[in-house]
Design a protein around this ligand. Structure first.
Ligand SMILES: Nc1nc2c(c(=O)[nH]1)N[C@H]1C(S)=C(S)[C@@H](COP(=O)(O)O)O[C@H]1N2
Ligand SMILES: [Mo]
Length: 424
């Protein structure tokens, strides 16, 4: 019993000593709102990116505007990066709540705290593995990134829903600034955490009435002027977020190109002015891609034809301007030339609205084989690209031939083509 009291006192004292003007429910609600928006944006763009790579039966995707995936994924990564300052600010603002006493008051209270623990932990893991992935540090985690990231997103959205439901009274009360002003009468009904509530109230207001006196009794340490320091706190969060966007978003959005110092990729670098993640050497295709007898095999059931490089060049050539838009957030437009995919499969008697399985010369990579759905196959802009910026593809860009299609994630723009099989 004595121990219990001592623990509770310690928790109380810790909580008091952590009080600060920026640590109040209004700050937590404002940050929570911003985080909630960022999470929902990341969730929606994430689902799009997940299912376009792994469609459920019956799913079809838009092929216009051609930048749809590029912009969606750019937003996903940028919003994910902004979550870092927002989450840390939010954790800072509610940190004293960690020392609630008693730690658990009831079963619902236990559920509330457990759901927050899950929410915080999964969010931190989520944005961290996401960021690491954009820098291609996959080796740091021994699990499939996309599946884990996808599964965690449901844990997060689920616990976010519980969190919002539990905190609804506080959220409603501090939603608007003017509602956040609390009158002194509430001090009386402060129940178990009355001193904390007082601390917060007095931390936010510089009145010297009864509140001030009780406050002095609780803690005599001088407080910074609440309004100023709260504004300073928000300014710091805003500056940190803006700086992160400015220094990284250039990989996804041209406007920030000049200040792209920390983005995982820079535009206009690499062979033919386009970045390269996986070189021909690393993909172990240097030999197979330059073999003089290379042919592109196109099949439709029993009907199979193979095309030499020159035969592909002899077909009608089309020029398209399309972005490579990597799931890691970087993207860049380029000019591509080559025959249309639908005209190639027509040579083996397939309809334009077919599903095509695309196989690379590269072996043993998850990108070595991809499937293209009918809406992309039949599109006029979907090419088997031979040229990039008016010259034959650099070997690192997929020479002799690669796929390029509109509004598609980079992972599906298969390089070093070997075979195309019409599935249905
Ligand atoms: N065969 C093959 N094709 C591939 C890849 C790959 O590793 N192997 N990388 C994909 C990815 S993730 C992207 S974003 C685009 C552009 O990647 P690059 O920068 O490696 O050219 O090509 C795609 N095509
Ligand atoms: Mo990618």
């Amino acid at each position: 019993m004595l121990l219990k009291w001592q623990v509770q006192r310690l928790l109380h004292q810790t909580r008091h000593s952590l009080a600060a003007p920026s640590r109040n429910p209004r700050t937590a609600v404002v940050l929570g709102r911003l985080l909630g928006i960022a999470f929902l944006v990341c969730f929606a763009t994430g689902l799009y990116s997940h299912f376009i790579q792994d469609p459920l039966p019956g799913m079809a995707f838009l092929t216009r505007p051609v930048w749809l995936y590029q912009v969606s994924q750019g937003i996903h990564i940028t919003a994910g990066i902004v979550c870092f300052p927002l989450i840390f600010a939010k954790l800072y603002s509610i940190f004293p709540e960690l020392f609630q006493s008693p730690p658990v008051r009831s079963f619902p209270h236990f559920l509330e705290r457990a759901s927050i623990a899950l929410f915080v932990a999964s969010s931190l893991v989520q944005i961290t593995i996401g960021l690491l992935n954009t820098y291609q540090w996959y080796a740091l985690f021994p699990f499939a990134f996309r599946q884990t990231h996808y599964a965690l997103s449901f844990v997060i959205i689920g616990s976010l829903a519980i969190h919002i439901a539990v905190k609804l009274p506080i959220i409603a009360r501090y939603w608007r600034k003017r509602d956040a002003a609390i009158d002194d009468s509430e001090i009386a009904e402060g129940e178990h955490n009355a001193p904390d509530e007082l601390q917060r109230l007095t931390g936010r207001r510089q009145d010297s009435g009864a509140t001030g006196k009780i406050f002095a009794w609780i803690d005599r340490s001088p407080q910074p002027r609440p309004e100023t320091s709260r504004r300073g706190f928000f300014a710091a969060v805003a500056v940190a977020s803006a700086a992160l966007v400015t220094l990284t978003a250039g990989q996804s959005f041209r406007v920030f190109d000049a200040t792209n110092l920390f983005g995982a990729r820079k535009n206009d670098t690499g062979p033919q002015g386009l970045p390269v993640n996986r070189t021909a050497k690393r993909a172990k295709v240097l030999e197979s891609a330059t073999a003089p007898d290379w042919r592109l095999t196109v099949s439709n059931g029993a009907s199979t034809t193979s095309f030499s490089y020159d035969e592909l060049r002899a077909m009608p050539q089309y020029e398209v301007v399309l972005p490579i838009a990597c799931v890691e957030g970087w993207s860049q437009y380029a000019t591509w030339q080559g025959p249309r995919l639908k005209e190639l499969i027509a040579r083996v008697g397939a309809e334009a609205s077919s599903t095509v399985r695309i196989t690379s010369l590269e072996q043993g990579s998850i990108y070595a084989q991809t499937t293209m759905q009918p809406e992309f196959v039949r599109d006029d802009l979907t090419l088997v690209a031979l040229d990039l910026e008016g010259e034959p593809l650099d070997i690192d860009h997929g020479y002799p031939a690669r796929m390029i299609a509109p509004a598609r994630p980079g992972v599906l723009q298969t390089k070093w083509l070997s075979t195309l099989e019409v599935m249905s």
